[in-house]
Design a protein around this ligand. Sequence first.
Ligand code: DX5
Ligand code: ZN
Length: 226
Amino acid sequence: MDAVIAPSILSADFARLGEDVNAVLHAGADWVHFDVMDNHYVPNLTIGPLVCQALRKAGITAPIDVHLMVSPVDRLVPDFAKAGATCISFHPEATAHPDRTIRLIRDLGCRPGLVFNPATPLDWLDYVIDELDQILIMSVNPGFGGQQFIPRALGKLEAARRRILASGREIRLEVDGGIKVDNIARVAGAGADTFVTGSALFGSSDYAATIVAMRREIEAGRRAAL
Ligand code: DX5
Ligand code: ZN
C-alpha cells in the first residue's frame, strides 16, 4: 500500500488555516488529519464540523481524515459526513455501541476507523475488523499535539498488521502521536502505512523538505523490515 502522510492540523496556524492546509498539501502531503476534541472524552477543545465544511468550501479536495476524540460519538457523525469528511475514526470506549457507530459512518458514505489508545487492547477488533477501512494506533495519549512518542506502540502496530493480514481485507494502518523524521522509519517497519504528523511537520521551516525526508525514511524502514 502507498504510504500516506496525513498532517494533523492541530499544529497548523488556525488564524490562516486554509492557507496552511493548502501549503502542506502542495508540499506533498496526502490527507488532512482533523482532530476533534470535546473537553470531555479528552481534556482539550478544538474544532468541529463547521471548520471541516469551511475547508471544503475553500476548495480543499484532499481526503479529510476526521479523528473524533469526543463522547458520545454518534450525534456528530452525520454532521461530519455532511461537512465533507472522507474518513471518520472514533475511540471504541467513547461510544455505547461501537458496531452501530461503525455502521452509521459507513451508511453515511464515509470510511470507518477504530482508534486504540496506548492502554486499549486490540481485542475490540475481534468482531468488527471486517467492517473497518482503517485502524489507528495512538502512540501518545490523545488530547494534545507535541507529545513524546510511546515506543510500546511499535509492538501494537505489528500485532495490528498481523490482524489485518489475517482478515485479508485492505485496511489502512495509521499511527498518530509524536511522529517525526527520526522515528518514522521504525513505525513504517512495524507495519504502519498511514502517518499522522503534527508538530514535526508544521513546526518545520520547509514542509516539502520534511515530507521528502519522511518518505525517504518510510522506504528505508520498509526495506529494513523485509
Ligand atoms: C493527539 C492527536 C494527534 C496530534 C499529533 O490527540 O490525535 O493527531 O495532534 O500531533 P503530534 O504529531 O505533534 O504528536
Ligand atoms: Zn489525531
